[in-house]
Unconditional design. Structure first.
Length: 196
């Protein structure tokens, strides 16, 4: 009886511990949205003042990396579904695939920057709109790195001897953040395409 009460109190403590952390994550999502919104607003103002956009054909790798990121979000959705149905083996597989696709996305972003540099579009130049391509995609890549860290945490949780509530919490945190950076990249990519 006492052991059962201790377990219930431990679970209650975990739940109380997790809510503030989830709230902090949502604050980070909102502040990141504001930050990227500010940069894209600056881009619009700069382009309107100069009468031009970045004037580049974006590397095809940006298109392919967008597809990779969308597929990774679908895999993460399947991982969440597997966890809800209690299929931990399937959850692990989908989490690993998501993690690998995140690493592929990061590699493709570096490769896309190399293509830009090869065409003479450098971070520092006389067209701030070109610089903004590097800034928004670079800061997005930092978010990808954070998302990969959360994915590793969710994978570790799927293997570790932790409570079901904590396992679900790690999955929720990874999902919220990963889907956010997916949506954010789609917005940035479409924005850059429309303002070339």
């Amino acid at each position: 009886m006492v052991h059962t009460l201790d377990k219930q109190n431990e679970g209650l403590g975990e739940g109380m511990d997790m809510k503030p952390k989830k709230f902090i994550l949502w604050l980070f999502v909102v502040s990141s949205t504001i930050m990227f919104g500010g940069w894209t607003s600056y881009y619009i103002v700069f382009s309107a003042a100069k009468g031009k956009g970045h004037g580049l054909v974006l590397p095809e790798l940006f298109t392919y990396s967008t597809i990779v990121l969308v597929v990774s979000s679908a895999c993460l959705f399947l991982a969440s579904r597997a966890l809800k149905s209690g299929a931990l083996g399937k959850q692990r597989v989908w989490l690993w695939i998501t993690l690998i696709l995140g690493l592929v996305f990061a590699y493709m972003q570096f490769s896309a920057w190399r293509v830009l540099v090869d065409t003479g579009a450098f971070l520092t130049n006389n067209n701030a709109a070109i610089s903004m391509i590097y800034i928004v995609s670079g800061f997005h890549l930092l978010h990808i790195v954070a998302g990969i860290a959360l994915m590793v945490s969710a994978i570790a949780g799927s293997y570790g001897q932790i409570s079901a509530e904590r396992r679900k919490y790690r999955m929720d945190i990874a999902s919220i953040f990963w889907h956010f950076i997916d949506i954010l990249w789609i917005y940035l990519y479409v924005f850059l395409l429309l303002n070339s």
